[in-house]
Write a protein that binds this ligand. Structure first.
Ligand SMILES: NC(=O)c1ccc[n+]([C@@H]2O[C@H](COP(=O)([O-])OP(=O)(O)OC[C@H]3O[C@@H](n4cnc5c(N)ncnc54)[C@H](O)[C@@H]3O)[C@@H](O)[C@H]2O)c1
Length: 260
């Protein structure tokens, strides 16, 4: 289906594409015939990626480090020859606990990866996107970027920040023809959510099954979403099918009413 859209030949950078949702996004763009560079901080994940998707370029880069991001964009120029789509996917869960129990270091690390990392990549990407074809930026936020989430203050604050950044840049860059959208996933089934659930169960002294049930019941569809659901929305947002969609919160959460 996606090979009927405008994605073949698009030059795409996916941050944190070695595992999880980012890996699924890389697979989806590869299936659509795009040219892709992926970064990650885990060399083992990138080695696995190189085996599975030999045409995808990759590099080690921590998006919160300005130097890493600058080197990564040099590779964008060398390997992709320009940029049409930036997918700001890197984000960490951050600590779980009541606000008075959180350390400043954990607060700062969460904001550094989830929000400053997107800023650093966007700052490098924009001059390249101005030269790109139907360019767009897609920022991974979260349902916690438009709902409160008790026990996850740094994460939720960082993701509200991502939504603010997205809406602001959509206005700032609209006249340059650069679209900017945020994707807000609900709980995505996979290893990350299981470790979040385990941390929450421990913090509240409750069984993991009870927390898992709360996570599935919080969506009106009664199930978690999948990484493939998120990749589908990323591809839609990057494609010409979304040519007049910008500044939006694209929510993929089974209509989650509140976050547990
Ligand atoms: N999993 C969910 O339930 C969920 C829900 C809502 C939003 N999100 C968001 O989706 C995005 C992807 O989430 P995920 O669940 O795939 O994450 P994940 O924890 O599975 O991590 C994916 C990859 O990110 C890499 N990574 C971590 N820190 C990095 C950094 N500083 N620089 C570069 N790479 C880094 C890891 O090495 C890993 O390979 C994040 O922004 C996350 O906040 C996830």
């Amino acid at each position: 289906m996606w090979n009927q859209t405008s994605l073949a030949g698009k030059r795409v950078l996916v941050t944190a594409g070695g595992d999880g949702i980012g890996l699924e996004i890389a697979h989806a763009f590869a299936g659509a015939g795009s040219k892709i560079l992926v970064c990650d901080i885990q060399p083992e994940s990138l080695a696995r990626l190189a085996k599975d998707l030999p045409d995808v370029h990759s590099c080690l880069a921590d998006v919160s480090r300005e130097k890493d991001v600058a080197s990564m964009f040099e590779l964008v120029d060398q390997r992709l020859g320009g940029l049409d789509v930036l997918v700001n996917n890197a984000g960490i869960a951050g600590p779980t606990g009541g606000v008075e129990t959180l350390s400043l270091a954990d607060w700062e690390r969460t904001l550094a990866v989830n929000l400053t990392g997107q800023f650093l990549c966007i700052r490098q990407a924009v001059p390249r996107l101005r030269q790109g074809r139907a360019p767009s930026i897609i920022n991974l936020a979260s349902a916690a970027g438009h709902l409160g989430m008790a026990g996850r203050a740094p994460y939720s604050a960082s993701k509200w920040g991502v939504v603010g950044l997205t809406k602001t840049l959509a206005i700032e860059l609209g006249r340059d023809g650069i679209r900017v959208n945020a994707i807000l996933p609900g709980a995505v089934d996979g290893p990350r959510i299981r470790s979040v659930i385990a941390a929450k169960a421990k913090a509240l002294g409750k069984p993991e099954e009870e927390i898992t049930r709360a996570y599935t019941d919080q969506a009106v569809l009664g199930r978690m979403v999948t990484a493939r659901d998120i990749a589908n929305m990323v591809l839609f947002a990057a494609s010409d099918l979304a040519a007049n969609v910008t500044g939006q919160e694209l929510v993929v959460d089974g209509h989650t009413q509140s976050l547990n």
